[in-house]
Design a protein around this ligand. Structure first.
Ligand code: CMC
Length: 437
């Protein structure tokens, strides 16, 4: 007999209506009533459901967290069916149009956009922390000339923990605040040093007269100029890309940041773990994978054959699909619109026409339509990065720089949430029971 789960019903208890879920366990015919709060039941409430006293109790099984909320959060909201993304309630389209990355980082971290004074202070704190210890430079110099910059980035984040041992006092708010300034201030420097290392070029120190993105471009591309002044269009485009990548609720790397952070390790080690999660091709490494895919396809006429291979299971259409979005990713829409402004300055990326053709065919094809696979943030971002002369290897790093604000906001929320404890999932054990040698 199938177990029956009774419909949710309203119950009037002590004046407060409580929604509950009634469960009948057909193994025992016992009935249970479990409270529903914020559209969820607590998995721990299932534990009371037992076949006898020796039974451990019922658990839920949810590989890949397909339907499990791991936290309560007030940072980012996504409606995947409608293609809506809000940071602290503000639509991503408005933030991308009107704000700077540092304004948005402040919003994500502290819940509100900064006023003039707050913005000046916040910017100053970040500026004061853009330099890295000379030994960090030496650490980066120790990598092979062809080391992937994301490997350098991940390792250097972890290494920072040895430079700031006080960061381990994660329960102290002032200490946490200082590491937030440091991490947001230093990530562009580490990223740019990793790039310069691959070229064997001298590292460019931060120029604190410049904005956050201008300074990053200067550290990346300055050669012999007395003062590097990037194109305002490109600096703004990077600003928008940074805003779009700043947070995305409980994605794989945010979950890594929270999971590692729940052990109360310092934020440098937790951020290194988050960046490592981001590096994978199914997550932030997808922007790099998209460009490699476009290279492999080569010309527009090869697109139908490529799509057929994808449908035959010979690989994925990178930059398409999303766990949450079952509609066009709003970030991809903004990037696609912005691409023309960038290409007016840089010249058109010849791979754009392959990407447009992929999108055109995929959006009409039953395979993609049925599975609700649409372009995600990584589909068009790489084309812009490449036109701006960033090498393909740098793409995941370009994702990681702005995502630092999101990781830190998720980490702060975790540390200050009295309900959170060390993350420790359960398992369904299917191996041998005890056996003797
Ligand atoms: N190309 C072809 N088929 C796909 C794709 C794709 N890009 N994505 C999903 N599918 C198919 C998949 O094969 C499955 O088909 P079936 O039901 O026949 O087995 C179905 O769609 C559902 O896919 P899934 O793997 O169960 O979905 P998921 O939610 O576990 O995966 C994803 C989400 C983003 C990992 C996946 O869509 C993917 O691998 N996309 C390509 C990589 C990518 O662009 N990642 C960037 C994500 S957005 C930015 C970020 O998070 O960093």
């Amino acid at each position: 007999m199938e177990p029956t789960i009774a419909k949710t019903e309203k119950k009037e208890g002590a004046g407060v209506p409580i929604d509950t879920l009634k469960i009948t366990d057909t193994r025992t015919n016992k009935q249970y009533e479990i409270p529903i709060d914020d559209g969820t039941i607590r998995a721990i409430d299932l534990r009371q459901i037992k076949i006898d006293d020796a039974d451990f109790g019922l658990m839920s099984y949810d590989p890949a967290f397909m339907n499990t909320a791991s936290c309560k959060s007030r940072i980012t909201f996504i409606d995947g069916d409608k293609g809506i993304l809000l940071y602290r309630g503000y639509p991503i389209e408005q933030l991308a149009e009107k704000m700077s990355y540092l304004q948005v980082a402040h919003l994500i971290l502290y819940g509100e956009l900064p006023d003039k004074k707050q913005l000046a202070e916040w910017t100053e704190h970040i500026r004061l922390h853009t330099f890295v210890h000379e030994n960090v430079k030496r650490l980066i110099e120790g990598f092979r000339y062809d080391a992937h910059p994301m490997g350098i980035f991940v390792s250097t984040l972890a290494a920072l923990s040895t430079f700031y041992p006080e960061a381990k006092h994660v329960l102290d708010q002032d200490t946490r605040q200082k590491q937030i300034w440091r991490l947001i201030g230093k990530v562009p420097t580490i990223a740019a040093f990793a790039y310069r290392h691959s070229l064997g070029m001298p590292y460019v120190y931060p120029d604190n007269d410049l904005s956050y993105t201008e300074n990053f471009l200067s550290m990346m591309f300055r050669v012999a100029e007395a003062k590097y002044k990037p194109s305002p269009v490109l600096a703004r485009a990077l600003e928008v890309l940074f805003i779009l990548h700043a947070d995305h609720e409980q994605n794989c790397s945010a979950n890594a940041m929270r999971s590692i952070g729940s052990s109360q390790v310092d934020p440098y080690c937790a951020a290194a773990g988050a960046a490592a999660a981001l590096y994978g091709p199914l997550h932030g490494g997808a922007n790099e994978a998209v460009l490699r895919m476009l290279d492999e396809i080569g010309t527009k006429d090869k697109v139908p054959a490529f799509i057929k291979d994808v449908k035959d299971g010979k690989g994925r259409l990178m930059g398409f699909g999303h766990r949450i979005y079952k509609n066009y990713d709003p970030r991809a829409k903004i990037i696609k619109k912005m691409a023309d402004e960038v290409f007016d300055v840089t010249g058109k990326n010849p791979k754009l026409e392959i990407a447009l053709e992929l999108e055109r065919i995929a959006l009409q094809d039953d395979y993609f339509v049925k599975r609700k696979l649409y372009p995600n943030v990584d589909f068009y971002s790489g084309l812009i990065y490449q036109a701006m002369k960033f090498p393909v290897d740098m793409f995941p790093v370009l994702f990681a720089i702005p995502r630092m604000s999101g990781w830190l906001a998720q980490w702060q929320e975790l540390i200050t949430d009295p309900e959170q404890k060390i993350a420790r999932p359960r398992q369904v054990y299917l191996g041998y029971q005890r056996r003797n040698l």
